[in-house]
Ligand binder design. Structure first.
Ligand code: URA
Length: 216
């Protein structure tokens, strides 16, 4: 039989502060991605943020800057957050994988993004779990299929299930939407515009939900 916990409050697991986690993650070698990357790109934002956004992995510019979502996808994300009325300071931004995975372009010096393997996502998972344990966001927003499927299961389809508020042990509420880089890849201006509007609607839905409008 389990022994009785005599302390008046339930015992909480110790959560290391974000600067300690960032420092520890800087030397992470849990998979091989550190070898070709410039540095670990840890999450960024307030430790008491109510919204956590999680993407796939840092891109070329993020790898150089050491900060998540500062390249073209990040600029588009910033614009969508503004249009959705979400203050960036209420948001913690991170990725499921914290090293840039790339291969050299056939010609030129460009570094081409490569999708992370499941084993790389699993190796990186303790960092995301640690970020969640500290930040304790009210809502976790998965950006794109890699984040959504790694956190909500392989059968999750962003195309069908985007915007649905899901109960999960990861956070009181979890929701998935598209990755901002998919909007950058749109075929023409018209579809880019409509995809951006749909992305903003998903983020507005998050903002309304947090304000307590359950019908959002
Ligand atoms: N794409 C991501 O998923 N994360 C970043 O930090 C940048 C681009």
């Amino acid at each position: 039989m389990p022994s009785r916990n005599r302390s008046p409050e339930p015992q909480q697991a110790y959560a290391a502060p974000l600067p300690c986690l960032r420092e520890a993650a800087a030397s992470c070698k849990a998979c091989d991605l550190w070898k070709a990357a410039t540095q670990t790109v840890f999450g960024e934002g307030r430790a008491d943020a109510t919204i956590m956004l999680v993407g796939e992995q840092p891109g070329d510019l993020e790898d150089r800057a050491g900060r998540p979502f500062v390249g073209p996808a990040g600029k588009l994300l910033d614009q969508a957050l503004v249009e959705a009325g979400i203050d960036r300071s209420d948001v913690y931004v991170t990725n499921v994988v914290k090293h840039f995975k790339w291969s050299p372009a056939e010609r030129g010096k460009k570094r081409i993004h490569k999708k992370p393997r499941d084993s790389e996502i699993q190796a990186c998972r303790p960092w995301l779990d640690a970020e969640l344990a500290v930040v304790k966001p009210k809502i976790l927003v998965c950006l794109g299929a890699t984040a959504a499927q790694s956190l909500l299961g392989k059968d999750f389809r962003v195309s069908r299930q985007r915007g649905q508020i899901i109960e999960s042990p990861l956070a009181p509420h979890v929701v998935a939407t598209v990755h901002p880089s998919s909007i950058l890849r749109a075929q023409d201006d018209e579809s880019r515009h409509s995809q951006m509007q749909a992305f903003i609607q998903d983020l507005k839905h998050v903002a309304r939900f947090l304000k307590g409008d359950k019908a959002a």
